[in-house]
Design a protein around this ligand. Sequence first.
Ligand code: AMP
Length: 213
Amino acid sequence: MNIILLGPPGAGKGTQARHLVDTRGMIQLSTGDMLREAKSSGTEMGLKVAAVMDAGKLVTDEIVIGLIEEKLTAEHGAGFIFDGFPRTLAQADALAALLTKLGQSLHTVIEMRVDDDALVQRITGRFTCGDCGEVYHDVTQPTAKADTCDKCGSTNMVRRADDNEDSLRTRLMEYYKKTSPLIGYYYAKGDLRPVNGLADITEVQNSIEAILG
Ligand code: AMP
């Protein structure tokens, strides 16, 4: 079963993807994580995309499609969760072609709906464990002990360079201009299932479970 988590930055895609990995053994394919990894390991491609990412703009379709193609052919498991991909119509067409080539299909596109004010609040307080990837928030999901991960005990907490108000405005603009047309695209294909991303984490998990069956 291959699914897409579609929604603006801060909608909770990463959090829900991690839950599906833990409970169903699915494979999370986050192009944002892949690009951040390339950026921090200083590869040629990572250096090329660093400034674009920090400003909140989208990197080129060619780069992200290449990353996804590599992973799709290399990894095997109980289905893929596409998190933050596709983000443009060209990426959506490329994904359809790649899945067909591999004899696979798309099961569902989960649209995570959240209003813009909530996104700003969620993103500006967000941090993650640099070791296990657990997601926290200064106000709504703090760690039990300051700067220590509840899940793995690491003290390596990281904040994303683009989780600030300026970059977020650009990321939201990119989302509305380039990614939101995918809602109509997948609706027309009959694949779209909306969930209320403003509900608390467990409720959103339950809504997604109910859709996936
Ligand atoms: P994310 O972690 O999904 O919020 O992505 C962080 C940043 O990586 C975005 O603001 C873009 O600069 C870049 N990025 C991630 N996924 C894509 C994609 N599918 N297409 C273009 N740029 C992407």
